[in-house]
Design a protein around this ligand. Structure first.
Ligand code: GDP
Length: 471
């Protein structure tokens, strides 16, 4: 694949455009150092072009006679730079105006403004990183917790890329063998080759399936556990949210039904993120607004990874609780017996019996139940540990495991899996060998889209357009 890579030198502000300690203007391209020399006045009078790569220089930026700022300039000569091209970074004072002024000056002297993500796109087009690594760069920037960051860094180091390269290599070897054999039947026999191929493809199918399965964990690592807190009004949902957040964000009142709208909060607990949607209390009600909230709660509960059901254990269960318990079927959930600081009116066995209903034998109850007091901050640590066990089965290891965190990668893996399953089917049905190679090639191509070897310019542009400016 040859993608168009224009050779113009580009420049952008790479730090946030807001008042800060320093700002960085980055220049990349063949002429980066030359352009920088047009506006750089070195304290020692030397030109940047005469300096060694990977060195830092102190001086001023000026437009002709007009001094703009005192700066440090970092030069990196290609190919040993982020983009693979000559790169200059100008560290200036971090005022919005001064950083912009320097960028304008750089542009006036020969660079063009970079598009969002264009530096990383060049790193990809220059072959320094593959597409999965480029995508890891966005993920690192957007990481919201420690696990997300670790998995993105793993991907940047090339762990996804390496898996894909290995799988593709095997596929290619066998496709090539079949093709060669079909071209030269006198010398190479494909008799019984189907079974040999099965021995290769079946483990690959397992490997790809494992990667696809990792994507659930991957999404949770990256985006957090989609969590809905349900429970009757006054059960203590808002108080729980506050206890988790450690600040008074949700409104807590004694009047039933105050949490009408849905608040969304991202909470990081021991390295895992919970995206909590705090919903209106669930109950039969004539109040229209409340009703909307209840509907939202139900629909959110359906798409949640986790339902936290808060029960006011100081009051007896009623029909509303039985209705809510139904929501928990087929979902990962936790039941919290809140207000444990008061006299408990609800027994765990009662909840279990209500949940199991008539079919006590057929159904099983495996929902963790924890006694807490949101108000007194009791049991919150047990909740945190339970969550960790439920979603991560202990600690996540990033040493050998590869987590698929990108939807695009997941889709490609699913398509490749389908093609490889087709190969097995053709072997089962003893189809002619060229059938194998068609599906093998499909899988090969599809997997190549993950690393970026087999995708078109449009898609590449779309991926990089999601980047921020200056990256
Ligand atoms: P929500 O309607 O489910 O969001 O319930 P709130 O969080 O607004 O709580 C309703 C009332 O119960 C408030 O007066 C809280 O202070 C009180 N409350 C919440 N949690 C506890 C608890 O653990 N113990 C006690 N004693 N009161 C609580």
């Amino acid at each position: 694949m040859v993608l168009y890579n224009d050779t113009q030198t580009i420049a952008a502000i790479s730090t946030a455009v807001t008042e800060s300690g320093i700002g960085i203007v980055r220049i990349s391209g063949e002429q980066a150092i030359e352009i920088a020399d047009r506006i750089y006045r070195g304290k020692n009078g030397k030109k940047l072009a005469d300096q060694k790569t990977h060195t830092i220089h102190y001086g001023y930026i000026a437009d002709g006679e007009d001094m703009i700022d005192e700066v440090l300039v970092l030069i990196m000569k290609g190919p040993h730079s982020y983009t693979g091209e000559n790169t200059v970074e100008i560290d200036c004072h971090g005022g919005v105006f001064v950083v912009r002024k320097i960028l304008e000056t750089v542009i006036k002297h020969g660079a063009r403004p970079a598009e969002p993500g264009e530096f990383t796109k060049r790193a990809f087009l220059n072959g320094r990183i593959d597409l999965s690594q480029a995508e890891a760069v966005i993920d690192i920037i957007q990481s919201k917790n420690e696990y997300a960051l670790k998995s993105s860094v793993g991907q940047l180091k090339g762990n996804v890329k390496q898996k894909i390269v290995d799988i593709r290599e095997k596929i290619l070897y066998h496709t090539a063998f079949i093709e060669t054999a079909l071209d030269d039947p006198e010398h190479i026999s494909v008799d019984g080759y189907g079974e040999t191929l099965r021995g290769v493809i079946e483990p690959l199918i397992k490997e790809i399936q494992k990667l696809i399965d990792s994507s659930d964990d991957g999404r949770i690592i990256k985006e957090g556990i989609k969590t809905v807190i349900v429970g009757k009004p006054n059960a203590g949902k808002s108080s729980l949210l506050n206890a988790l957040l450690g600040e008074d964000r949700a409104i807590v009142t004694d009047i039933a039904g105050t949490t009408r709208d849905i608040l969304q909060e991202n909470i990081s607990l021991q390295g895992i993120s919970l995206n909590i949607m705090d919903t209106a209390g669930i109950r039969d009600t004539a109040d229209i607004i409340e009703e909307i909230g209840v509907q939202k709660a139900i629909s959110h509960a359906k798409e949640a990874d986790l339902i936290i059901y808060v029960i006011d254990s100081s009051a007896p269960l009623d029909q509303n609780d039985y209705d809510i318990l139904k929501l928990l079927k087929d979902k990962k959930s936790i039941i919290l017996l809140n207000k444990s600081d008061l006299e408990m009116q609800v027994k765990k066995k009662e909840i279990m019996d209500a949940y199991l209903g008539e079919n006590k034998e057929e159904n099983k109850f495996d929902i963790p139940m924890i006694e807490i007091s949101a108000k007194e901050n009791i049991g919150i640590d047990i909740l945190e540990n339970t969550l960790k066990d439920m979603f991560y089965h202990g600690d996540i290891s990033f040493n050998s495991e590869v987590y698929i965190t990108n939807v695009r990668h997941k889709t490609a893996l699913q398509n490749a899996l389908q093609s490889l399953n087709n190969v097995i089917q053709s072997i089962d049905m003893q189809m002619p060998e060229d059938f194998y190679s068609i599906d093998l090639m499909d899988a090969y191509e599809t997997l190549g889209s993950i690393t970026g070897e087999t995708i078109g310019e449009d898609l590449v542009n779309e991926i990089f357009s999601k980047f921020c400016m200056g990256k």
